[in-house]
Unconditional design. Structure first.
Length: 190
């Protein structure tokens, strides 16, 4: 009777096993190299995305800084022109807060009916522009992002504060610039 596990069979099986083992280990090394390469590629892609995000954040910050400075200059100019044109009817207060974060303009009427005040806050750090009417006709508030506001919008607000004919014809504070749907027809056309 012959032994099914003869030494000759062990040797030939060992050679086949050794070859299969070597192939498996070689494939494992290939897979490990592919994994390492994929991880490097993923790390590189994440670094590039983070760099793009940081660059976009810097670009947005520069745009906000420039817009804030532009809005401060435009609002200051319009308010100072109103004050110079009629300092008896309009009280104008302008300036930065103590922290330097916000620029504030307050324009109030003196002796005009309806009495009204316009408060505008340009908040650099919070990226906001707040405009508020307080008047005998009621109050209104609007909040925008810095990049949504233009100097023309702020000049329009100052012109609204000065427009006695407009205020005499209204039952509530005028619509804010950019809100044309809420503007009366004669004001939307101008």
């Amino acid at each position: 009777m012959s032994d099914p596990a003869s030494p000759a069979d062990d040797h030939s099986d060992a050679g086949g096993f050794q070859q299969a083992l070597s192939a498996k280990l070689s494939r494992n090394r290939e897979l490990d190299q592919q994994r390492q390469q994929a991880e490097k590629e993923m790390d590189r892609a994440q670094r590039e995305a983070a760099e793009r995000d940081a660059e976009e954040a810097r670009r947005q910050q520069v745009a906000r800084d420039e817009r804030h400075a532009e809005l401060v200059a435009g609002l200051r100019s319009a308010a100072e022109q109103l004050k110079a044109a009629d300092s008896t009817a309009f009280v104008v207060r302008l300036g930065f807060t103590e922290s330097g974060e916000e620029y504030i303009a307050k324009i109030s009427t003196r002796g005009l009916t309806p009495a009204r005040s316009l408060f505008v806050e340009l908040d650099h750090d919070d990226d906001e522009v707040l405009a508020r009417w307080h008047s005998d006709l009621g109050d209104a508030l609007e909040l925008w992002r810095l990049l949504e506001v233009t100097p023309d919008m702020l000049q329009h607000l100052v012109l609204q504060a000065a427009d006695q004919e407009l205020w005499a014809s209204l039952e509530r504070p005028p619509a804010f610039p950019g809100d044309e749907a809420a503007l009366p027809e004669d004001e939307a056309a101008s």
